[in-house]
Design a protein around this ligand. Sequence first.
Ligand code: FES
Length: 127
Amino acid sequence: MEFHKIARSGQIPEGVVRRFFAGEVEVAVSRSDGEVHAMSNYCTHLDCLLSSGRVTDEGLLCSCHGSVFDYDSGEPLHPPATRPITVFPVKEEDGHVYVGISEELAEAAMRRRASGSRRLSPPSATS
Ligand code: FES
């Protein structure tokens, strides 16, 4: 597991979600109750960007159709999403935020994005 320095702590104030890159992985980083959370930036429902969503007391809300994902487990707490989002470990040290990426977590995040993208593809002209 490699921890990537992604931002200064002040760039992620309470109640805010922003997009960052940890290596090649796009992450939605938010702060709720003082704690920083990082998850894949692509909603498991239809790939909307969670960095465009909203921090709630329960979890991170996807602004497209209202799914809410638990900050710690990534489980969907409200439909329509049914699959969990990939959650990444976070460290906050010396005024900076670090997100941990392993090969396995990076692959999981990319796989979900790819499968969501296929669902969004328009039907081919021959089908
Ligand atoms: S794309 Fe996130 S709830 Fe539909």
